[in-house]
Design a protein around this ligand. Sequence first.
Ligand SMILES: Cc1ncc(COP(=O)(O)O)c(C=O)c1O
Length: 384
Amino acid sequence: MSHKQVSQKNGSLVNGTNGHSNGYGNGTNGLSNGYGNRYKNGFTDGHHVEHGHSDFMKIQRYQDLIGSTPMVDITSLANPKVPGVKVLGKCEFLNPGFSMKDRIVKNIFDKAEQTGLLKPGGTVVAASSGNTGAAVAMLAAMRGYNAVITTSPKCSEEKVASIKAYGAKLIMSPPGVSEDHPESYMNMAKKLARENEGWFDVNQYDNLDNPEGHYRTLGPEIWEQTVGRVTHFVAGGSTGGTITGTGKFLKGKNSNIQCVLADPMGSIFHEYFMSQKLTKPKKFLVEGVGKGSIPGCMDFGVIDDVIQVTDKQSFQTCHQLARKEGLMVGGSAGLNTWAAIQLANQLEEPGVVVTVLCDLGVKYLSKVYNETWLQENNISYGIN
Ligand SMILES: Cc1ncc(COP(=O)(O)O)c(C=O)c1O
């Protein structure tokens, strides 16, 4: 089969599911599956001798593969009232550090290097629920920085181990401290940056280069992959970077696009959106989303609605994604997908609901996909 035929086959496969080509990667390698940059380096057609040398020369470093993730159709989990409703998931777990946080850390590092805040051999400190920590540790390793990551005991053992695997130093906050406590993981990072001259604080919660990272990459990719047909964007929030940056970009393209925050039951965002009142957070198990304070990166002006989701709904949706669609993703991806499905099921007219499959399920094998841990938390497997 010629290269052209392969391209057409891939194109028609995507067309068959989405009803339209998603506009990514065409022209570069003929694959319309959203892998634009990733396979630009010639692996797909490297066997053509006449292109061999230049394709070989285009092979990139791992950090250059951040972004340009594929989008998949997960409508099979929904039960829409009307025809023409699609639920699409952005495969952010296919980023090099296995989460969407690679995008923001790359943008934050690039900016800090340009402005001289981050100098060769310098030290980077970051507070994180795990994924930003892994992305910081990974990029610091590749760019020759020292990395110090603070996190809380809620961080899964897999995420803790991977941060250390990249060579970063990990500091765990004491158990049970609230976000405003001096020893919370967020305040510990700030203190370390204050006390150690020259250390660069990633400060993902207030650093506007975080939402900008999504404004520059995730938003445009969603717009292009749906050929501008996206009607709803659904994402959970912690720093608010994803929903704010992506939402701003999409609304700039089409102000009718609705941005919906998926919020774990127990997080304060829902009540703050409804009444502008700050409440006390309650315990929930999903990692990486929901908060007990309002970060500087979260812009509620972009958010049209908030859907609350329980731990059980989040984790059982993860089980469904794994067993129906082969997508083994983290708890926040389950939370996002559950909210996206509710929204899709309520639509009265055709629509394209896009959500984010934030990170890889392997980061939570000891929790979300561990029957003992689920039982301890009174959650049954969503699908057998
Ligand atoms: C797994 C996971 N999902 C979702 C989010 C929320 O993203 P954001 O901080 O952009 O609001 C995070 C952030 O830490 C995360 O780690």
